[in-house]
Every structure is written in structure tokens, then in C-alpha cells.
Ligand binder design. Structure first.
Ligand SMILES: Cc1cc2nc3c(=O)[nH]c(=O)nc-3n(C[C@H](O)[C@H](O)[C@H](O)COP(=O)(O)OP(=O)(O)OC[C@H]3O[C@@H](n4cnc5c(N)ncnc54)[C@H](O)[C@@H]3O)c2cc1C
Ligand code: SF4
Length: 444
């Protein structure tokens, strides 16, 4: 009897212990779900919930809540656990590393492009990276596959294919013109040199592509890459500066000069070759063209006198390093508002917008900009257009009477929208299809 009572006592303690563990576990799970739910609400408010391009899709039936995907993702708060299942939070921040896809032990993750509601336009290319326009090729993120490593690989492969097709007696000045000097364009340029092609690389902005726009503090994740003329390089975790320095050193070593600040405006087929026109009114001819222009598009210019001055910029990098300046921000979208808010802490900021109110901006930005205008941190000028940009000032026309005003100015940031890469492709005649949630990386 005593033994039985002892056994019952021992079982009761064990059951109680298990119960406590289960209760603690369930409470923890509930707290975690609540935190993720709050983050999702915030992500929706910030407009970050809906994916823009590549993103993970979780099969809830297969998810067993290991959290391996979350631990593996080098970006922040893209995935979280809600009600015991992985779910996306800031899906628009996904850059397509695919680390979540590889980390999941139950293969519950697929990497997709676009969603049922929001399609992503992708150009048609064949296995040699050639488009439906013979002689025009595409490499890198423009083709739908993100990441530095993939862009480098595609840039290399595309030029291997191009080198096989170049006719010796073509009438063009160049065998190949490469447009864009991001990872794909840089790799293509190195490979073109390796193949001894007569080529030219044109970049609308600065060497490095999207990598150039990363914040200085960003850790760049990339796996081993095969860089033409250099060989295999392993940089699993690096910084933006280190990566850009690497590109510059390799290009310099092989005497490759990228023509920067030169936007390609048009590509026209003419007598079996291509005529290429740039923003600098230069014209070139090439037997083949490689588009390595990524997916960010080209910023729209205002077309006013003085826009070529050095103080004019179309994006904001390292805001924390700009102090004590008179700054004008032009535009009424999220980029303009976010930049104006970032700069307003240490500078005198005027925000000009051609309309009489903001429309379609993120709710969070709407609240913040209203506060900044109300407490005088930002000088807001609605119904205002830029007339001309001078060395120390900007002339604007403001209000219904279009009164001209001169505003003291050191720097001007213009966010007037831009041309999407797909619009550029359509003008050339390249076929495009909208992908609605199509799997780019999936388990069989
Ligand atoms: C926030 C963020 C973080 C990321 N983090 C990582 C990471 O850690 N690791 C990783 O591997 N990838 C990361 N990526 C993705 C990576 O940056 C891209 O996949 C890669 O840069 C694509 O290379 P690309 O050469 O195809 O295009 P891009 O790098 O976009 O380069 C295209 C170039 O073409 C130029 N161009 C466009 N139009 C024209 C024109 N008409 N005339 C002349 N030039 C033109 C552009 O100015 C640009 O320089 C990240 C992306 C973002 C946005
Ligand atoms: S694909 Fe990359 S960025 Fe996107 S969730 Fe997975 S690991 Fe994160």
C-alpha cells in the first residue's frame, strides 16, 4: 500500500511537472504569437507586409515550428512564428537569399515571385539569356533572380554565350555594349575582357549598382562567386565598402573603365546592329547588347536648368553625415517624406510638392510628416514647382499665382518617381509576362 501511494505521488509530481512545462510552453507561444501579430499589424501600416518581388511562402501543413527559417534569414523580421506556424511579417524586405528555404527541415518553404493580387513583370529570356529581340541579352536581377552571386554568375554566362555569336565583320563600333554596372554588369565586363571583345559599359549612376545604395552599416551576405579574370572568391559576410573596393580593384587591374553617370535612353535596331543613345546625347553602335539594369529603374528628372549641378541627388545615402545644411526635398511620395524626416534632425529642410496635399502615402509617414510640419521641423510648400537650380539657391514658383521665390539652398534631393525597367524593355520590344506568385525555388 505504501509503495502504491509512493508511486501515485511520484506520478502526480511527474504529471504536475509536465503540466507546468506545457503551460509555460503555451504561454510562451501565446506571447510570441502576440508579438508577431503586433509586428504584422505594424508591417501592414508601414506598407511592408505585401511582398514586392521574391518572398517565402510557408506551407502551414508542413511547418513544425522549428524556427530554423527565422534563425537562418540574415534580414530582419521577414518571418515570425504565429500560432505555432511560420508566417511572413515584412515580406517586402525579402531579398531572396533563400536561406529560409534551405534551412527548413520539413521543406515547408517555397520562394515565390509576385502574389495572386500583385503580379511581377518579368522579361522573356531563353537558356542563353537572349531575349525575343535577337542580339539583346539580359542578366542579373532584371531577369527575376535576386542576389549578388546570381547576378555575377548570370553576367558571366551571358557573355560566354554572346562571345560565341559575335560576327567578325559586323558594322558596329562595339561587339557588345553592357548597360548597368551592378554585380551582373561588372562580371559581364570582366568576362567580355577575358573574351577579348570590343565592349563598353554604361552606368546611369555609380559603379556597384544596388550594392552602392546599401547603408554603410549593412552586412552583405553572399556565397562563393566565380569572378571572371579573378577566379573564385569567398566573401560570406562582408561590408558594402569592402565589396565595392573589391570590384574597383579588379576592374582597375584589368584596365576596364566603366562610363558612369550616363543613362542609356534608347536602343534601336538598325541594319542588323543596335544604335544606343544616352543622356549625354552620345550615340554608340553595337553588335549585341547586354541589359544588366536590375529592377530599381531610373529616377525621373525635373528637366529644369541647373539639374546637372553636383548638389542635385535622386536618392539619399548616409543621411546622418549631412549636418547644418539648407536642404530642399522635392516630391510628395514616401521616399521624399522619409528623406525629409531623416534630414530634418540636423538640417534646415524645405519640402516642396506640386500638389495641394499628400496622397497614397504610408499612414506612418502621414502622421510623422504632419507632426514635423506642425512643430516647424519641416518647412512645407504645397503647390510648388522647381523653376531652376542655382549654386546657392533654388527658384520655385508657388501658389495659385505662381509667385517666384528664391530659397537659400546647399543640397536638393529630387524624388519625382521614375521609369520602371519594364517600361524601358517594352520600348525596345522585349516581351514581358506578369508572374502571379510563381515558384522560383521549390522542393520537388
Ligand atoms: C536592401 C537590400 C539588401 C540586399 N542585401 C543583399 C545581400 O546581403 N546579399 C545579396 O546577395 N544580395 C542582396 N540584395 C540583392 C542585390 O543587391 C541584388 O540582387 C543585386 O545587386 C542585383 O545585381 P544586378 O547587377 O542585377 O542589378 P543592380 O545591382 O540593381 O544594378 C543595375 C545597375 O544598372 C544601372 N542602370 C539601370 N538602368 C540603366 C540605364 N538605363 N542606363 C545605364 N545604367 C542603368 C543602375 O543604375 C544599376 O547601377 C539586397 C538588395 C536590397 C535592396
Ligand atoms: S529568402 Fe532570404 S531574405 Fe527572404 S526570408 Fe528567406 S532568408 Fe530571409
Amino acid at each position: 500500500m505504501e509503495l502504491l501511494l509512493e508511486k501515485i505521488g511520484a506520478y502526480s509530481v511527474a504529471i504536475l511537472f509536465c503540466l507546468i512545462v506545457v503551460i509555460i510552453y503555451l504561454r510562451k507561444q501565446k506571447r510570441e504569437s502576440k508579438r508577431v501579430e503586433e509586428k504584422i499589424v505594424q508591417a501592414k501600416l508601414d506598407g511592408m507586409y505585401e511582398p514586392v518581388s521574391l518572398h517565402p511562402v510557408v506551407d502551414e501543413g508542413s511547418c513544425i515550428r522549428t524556427g530554423a527559417c527565422i534563425a537562418a534569414c540574415p534580414e530582419h523580421d521577414i518571418l515570425g512564428i504565429r500560432n505555432g506556424k511560420a508566417t511572413t511579417i515584412n515580406a517586402s524586405h525579402c531579398v531572396g537569399h533563400g536561406a529560409c528555404f534551405h534551412a527548413c527541415p520539413t521543406q515547408a518553404i517555397t520562394l515565390c515571385i509576385g502574389t495572386e493580387k500583385r503580379g511581377v513583370e518579368l522579361p522573356h529570356v531563353n537558356q542563353t539569356f537572349e531575349t525575343n529581340v535577337p542580339g539583346i541579352y539580359i542578366a542579373g536581377e532584371l531577369g527575376g533572380m535576386g542576389l549578388i552571386k546570381n547576378a555575377v554568375e548570370q553576367g558571366r554566362q551571358a557573355v560566354d554565350n554572346i562571345a560565341k555569336t559575335i560576327k567578325k565583320n559586323h558594322q558596329a563600333t562595339y561587339d557588345l555594349i553592357i548597360i548597368g554596372a551592378g554585380p551582373a554588369g561588372i562580371s559581364a565586363s570582366l568576362n567580355a575582357k577575358k573574351h577579348q571583345l570590343k565592349f563598353l559599359t554604361l552606368e546611369q549612376d555609380s559603379l556597384g549598382g544596388t550594392v552602392f545604395t546599401f547603408p554603410r552599416s549593412k552586412i552583405v551576405m553572399t556565397s562563393a562567386m566565380d569572378v571572371p579574370l579573378h577566379g573564385k572568391i569567398k566573401l560570406s559576410e562582408t561590408s558594402k565598402t569592402e565589396l565595392l573596393d573589391f570590384w574597383m580593384t579588379v576592374l582597375k587591374k584589368h584596365a576596364i573603365d566603366v562610363t558612369q553617370n550616363t543613362k542609356v535612353e534608347s536602343i534601336t535596331p538598325e541594319n542588323g546592329i543596335f544604335k544606343i543613345e544616352t543622356s549625354k546625347c552620345d550615340q554608340y553602335t553595337a553588335s549585341t547588347v547586354l541589359l544588366a539594369i536590375g529592377r530599381r529603374g531610373s529616377p525621373r528628372k525635373l528637366g529644369v536648368p541647373g539639374e546637372t549641378l553636383e548638389k542635385v541627388a535622386y536618392r539619399l545615402l548616409e543621411a546622418e553625415e549631412i549636418n547644418g545644411k539648407d536642404i530642399m526635398v522635392v516630391g510628395g511620395g514616401d521616399s521624399a517624406i522619409e528623406s525629409a524626416l531623416l534630414l530634418a534632425d540636423q538640417n534646415k529642410v524645405t519640402l516642396t510638392y506640386r500638389s495641394d496635399a499628400f496622397s497614397r502615402i504610408k499612414p506612418k509617414n502621414n502622421t510623422k510628416i504632419k507632426e514635423a510640419i506642425a512643430d516647424g521641423r519641416i518647412n512645407m510648400m504645397f503647390n510648388t514647382n522647381t523653376v531652376s537650380i542655382e549654386k546657392d539657391s533654388v527658384i520655385v514658383s508657388s501658389g495659385a499665382d505662381k509667385k517666384e521665390l528664391t530659397i537659400k539652398n546647399d543640397l536638393i534631393y529630387i524624388f519625382a518617381g521614375g521609369e520602371l525597367p519594364t517600361q524601358f524593355l517594352q520600348k525596345i520590344g522585349i516581351q514581358i509576362t506578369k508572374k502571379f506568385g510563381e515558384a522560383i525555388l521549390k522542393h520537388n
